[in-house]
Design a protein around this ligand. Structure first.
Ligand SMILES: [Fe+2]
Length: 133
């Protein structure tokens, strides 16, 4: 299964959409690595994904702050919960504590969290910022 960006994920803020496209590409690389069951590539792609995600969250948070967005704290808490989730996953990967099933679960969680977050929190935020409400 290939994970691809599509129009339903579009927010209308160019810089965010461009970053979401890159994020989806990195998720796809990770998903393919899990599907191929290649632990070295899994570790590399998850690092690459975590790094980009944290950078991207910073860009979104800056946009929210600059616009005085009322939902900033709640949205930032969602980002923090994601960072905690990947931190725990990375720790377990490093300690070689994850079974194949758990790695598959991690893949599904990362993918569904990201898509749901874009479809809900990011869309609400960008709509309000675009309309200045
Ligand atoms: Fe977000």
């Amino acid at each position: 299964m290939k994970v691809e960006w599509n129009k339903s994920l579009e927010t209308g803020i160019g810089i965010i959409d461009d970053q979401h496209k890159k994020l989806i590409e990195r998720i796809d690389a990770f998903v393919q690595a899990v599907n191929n069951d290649d632990i070295e590539v899994i570790e590399d792609t998850v690092d690459y994904l975590i790094g980009y995600t944290i950078q991207h969250f910073g860009a979104e948070e800056l946009i929210m702050i600059r616009n005085g967005y009322a939902g900033f704290k709640e949205h930032r808490d969602k980002h923090s919960s994601f960072i905690n989730m990947v931190y725990e996953a990375k720790k377990s990967l490093l300690n070689k504590e994850l079974t194949k099933e758990q790695i598959h679960h991690m893949r599904d969680e990362l993918l569904s969290w990201t898509v749901e977050h874009i479809m809900t929190y990011d869309k609400i935020m960008t709509e309000k910022i675009n309309k200045k409400i």
